[in-house]
Design a protein around this ligand. Structure first.
Ligand code: NDP
Ligand code: MG
Length: 335
């Protein structure tokens, strides 16, 4: 099967941003990388923050930092890079009052717009530039002259240049070697949520825990269970990241590959697939988004209880002891 061509655009024109005043709202994972990379791309960047550690870090990095309403009032392009669940409050209180016609509002994830929590006035551009990587990687690759690709989309195109601005912004944060894939807020948002729920975070952590528990309940030492079910995961994932599933299979033993080919599909059988479809349906219907916003309004009772329960699982204490045997892991830590 030959793959269809990817609408990959490398023609972002930075000069479209050169006369715009850019405000990065939030200086967290994405915010710090966008602000630093856009500034190093030669653009005028200020940071909108509230007093606290993000404000101080942006200020130490040499940015002009001001309260969010002031940044929103002064900027031509406003990138809203606070946590998704707080975007509506920040937008309502500190941005909406300053959105005059022709301004551009940029998001790094489609959540608040696609699920209708934020409804911007019709006379501004509403743009998505969603880099496919965390902020630290975006900054690191930019500094090395490489780049993380972004997904770009226009939800509102008041100026007629919304997608061109998105491509330019993607180039500004990704660097000259980067490109962007055109998509929609809906596609970016729903696939992003599904990926993190089914595989990257939800599916993977549940799979690892279930396998760890299976070995420990069968009487095997927890340290061995940790090595086999969690520690070595990275080795396989790195191979898949570099060369795909078939590439990974070339690097593992034939015994491992035979077990993979014959046992994997049994584990992820019809029941799991049916549940995946259900999880996707809850994303598409907006049920998940509403549940998450309500959870935040209620002070995160379930989020906090489940996080605590996860921290108390034996895999965490065993993991701490096992990782202490390998001090080099600390040196390559991502967080
Ligand atoms: P972080 O949690 O890393 O950072 C959030 C930032 O928002 C912090 O600087 C925080 O400041 C600030 N903030 C929160 N509330 C307010 C407020 N009321 N007023 C002012 N500032 C506030 O978030 P991310 O960078 O992870 O996420 C930002 C966006 O990027 C989201 O839409 C996310 O979905 C998207 N995204 C994230 C990716 C990732 O890998 N992290 C990847 C691609 C997209 P303070 O220190 O004051 O709390
Ligand atoms: Mg993602």
């Amino acid at each position: 099967m030959s793959a269809p061509p990817i609408p990959y655009r490398t023609d972002g024109d930075l000069s479209l941003l050169s006369n715009l005043s850019i405000a990065i709202i939030g200086y967290g994972s994405q915010g710090h990388a966008h602000a630093l990379n856009l500034r190093d791309s030669g653009l005028q960047v200020m940071v909108g923050a509230r007093p606290g550690s993000s404000w101080d870090r942006a200020s130490e990095a040499g940015f002009e930092v001001c309260p969010v309403p002031e940044a929103a009032a002064r900027a031509d392009l406003i990138a809203l890079l606070v946590n998704d669940e707080f975007q509506l409050d920040v937008f309502k209180e500190s941005i909406a009052p300053y959105l005059s016609a022709g301004k551009r509002l940029v998001f790094a994830h489609g959540f608040a717009i696609h699920f209708g929590f934020i409804q911007p006035p019709p006379d501004i551009d509403v743009i998505l530039v969603a880099p496919k990587g965390p902020g630290r990687l975006i900054r690191k690759l930019f500094s090395e002259g490489l780049g993380v690709p972004s997904l770009v989309a226009a939800h509102q195109n008041a100026t007629g240049l919304a997608l061109d601005i998105a491509l330019a912004y993607a180039k500004g944060i990704g660097g000259p070697a980067s490109g962007a894939i055109e998509t929609s807020f809906k596609q970016e948002c729903e696939t992003d949520l599904f990926g993190e729920q089914a595989v990257l975070c939800g599916g993977m952590s549940a799979l690892v825990k279930a396998a760890f528990e299976t070995l420990v309940e069968a009487g095997y030492p927890p340290e061995l269970a940790y090595f086999e079910c969690l520690h070595e995961l990275k080795l396989t994932v790195d191979l898949m990241h570099e060369s795909g599933i078939s590439g990974m299979r070339k690097a593992i033993s034939d015994t491992a590959q035979f077990g993979d080919l014959t046992r994997g599909p049994r584990l992820i059988g019809e029941t799991v697939r049916a549940e995946m479809k259900q999880v996707l349906q809850e994303i598409q219907s907006g049920q998940f988004a509403r549940e998450w916003m309500e959870e935040n309004r209620a002070g995160r009772p379930l989020f906090n209880a489940l996080t605590e329960e996860g921290q108390d699982h034996p895999i965490e204490s065993v993991g701490e002891a096992v990782r202490a045997l390998m001090p080099w892991i600390q040196n390559s830590k991502k967080i």
